[in-house]
Design a protein around this ligand. Structure first.
Ligand code: CA
Length: 178
């Protein structure tokens, strides 16, 4: 397929040469253009992966926070069940969150959050509540609002959140029934 596409490009270039519309592409330029594009796509993929990883970390912290609120501690099994992920994945992520200073792990007392972990979890929790409230306000049903907020919560600029908060507050003031 790639060869076919390249071949077609060459043929098109040849046609352009024939009609003297475009300069012929110099041979040494081709690999450069290709490697720049390749580098861009690697960088792009890497950024997506990094973003996905941050989203996951935030979800873990939020779930751990909720579990601690409910039963004053969290175990790997609880997290695995709540997030519907395998226990090796939980172990890996718990290790990463521990390394980065977000949680404490004690063999017999389970997992707890550090101050840094708690503050990320509370931030995500508040974002989630606000976004859900906003989506319900504009007519989205509760289940979908919750589902969408789960994804959006990681990607909203603080400035946008501030504006959304103001908006929700004003609408509620005008229509207390909402
Ligand atoms: Ca989420």
């Amino acid at each position: 397929m790639a060869l076919y596409v390249l071949d077609k490009t060459r043929r098109r270039n040849k046609r352009q040469d024939d009609s003297l519309i475009a300069e012929p592409i110099k041979k040494e330029d081709e690999p450069n253009i290709r490697s720049i594009n390749r580098l861009e796509s690697i960088r792009h993929a890497h950024n997506i992966k990094k973003e996905e990883c941050t989203d996951r970390m935030e979800d873990y912290l939020e779930v751990i926070y909720e579990l601690i609120k409910q039963k004053s501690y969290a175990t790997s099994a609880d997290i695995s069940e709540s997030l519907n992920v395998s226990s090796p994945s939980v172990t890996k992520m718990v290790q990463r969150l521990y390394d980065q200073g977000y949680l404490n792990y004690e063999k017999y007392r389970g997992i707890s959050l550090t101050q840094q972990g708690t503050s990320v979890a509370i931030d995500i929790h508040n974002r989630h509540s606000l976004l859900t409230e906003f989506l319900i306000m504009i007519g989205v049903n509760k289940e979908i609002a919750n589902m969408d907020a789960e994804g959006i919560e990681h990607h909203v600029h603080p400035e946008t959140l501030k504006k959304l908060e103001e908006f929700v507050r004003i609408v509620k003031k005008k229509n207390p029934k909402i």
